[in-house]
Design a protein around this ligand. Structure first.
Ligand code: HEM
Length: 147
């Protein structure tokens, strides 16, 4: 319950500004693993990482990611209801060439974004609360890779 309060409280302001926060998250992700950029086919003719990060299709994906996080936050009392959706989302990512190992870096990037935007409010219990939620989302998406 304490976890849920921490997550809801921190998402309240973040969730109002999804795209810029999502861009911080994905910029960090591509720093950790530049190869992931190549999975976005519409970025192949970008001049630089910065150009890609501001392409409309890319920003659309960022928005999609943030909406999934938003859905998880608003279903904290009812996460199993998202399982089918997340399993299918996992399948789509398997199809575009994402490996489940990349989720570790995605998680790190999520925490990095939270830390950047929350500052002092980014505490150890808050970090743990988000990690717990993230691991539930990843577990559900990972079902999409099961044979
Ligand atoms: C779709 C890549 C992580 C949510 C896609 C697509 C690509 C992609 C190439 C298809 C093109 C598009 O819709 O833009 C990646 C990569 C990731 C990643 C490389 C990191 C390793 C995530 C995460 C989430 C997410 C963490 C949310 C938790 C979505 C959604 C779609 C999508 C909602 C649309 C699926 C649909 O069309 O129904 N992703 N993605 N992605 N991604 Fe990701």
């Amino acid at each position: 319950e304490k976890d849920k309060e921490l997550i809801r409280g921190s998402w309240e302001s973040l969730g109002k500004n999804k795209v810029p926060h999502g861009v911080v998250m994905f910029s960090r992700l591509f720093e950790l693993d530049p190869e992931l950029l190549t999975l976005f086919h519409y970025t192949t003719n970008c001049g630089s990482t910065q150009d890609c990060l501001s392409s409309p299709e890319f920003l659309e994906h960022v928005t999609k990611v943030m909406l999934v996080i938003d859905a998880a936050v608003s279903h904290l009392d009812d996460l199993p209801s998202l399982e089918d959706f997340l399993l299918n989302l996992g399948r789509k990512h398997q199809a575009v060439g994402v490996n489940t190992e990349s989720f570790a870096e995605v998680g790190e990037s999520l925490l990095y974004m939270l830390q950047c935007s929350l500052g002092q409010a980014y505490t150890a219990p808050l970090r743990q609360a988000w990690l717990n939620l993230y691991s539930i989302v990843v577990a559900a998406m990972s079902q999409g890779w099961a044979k």
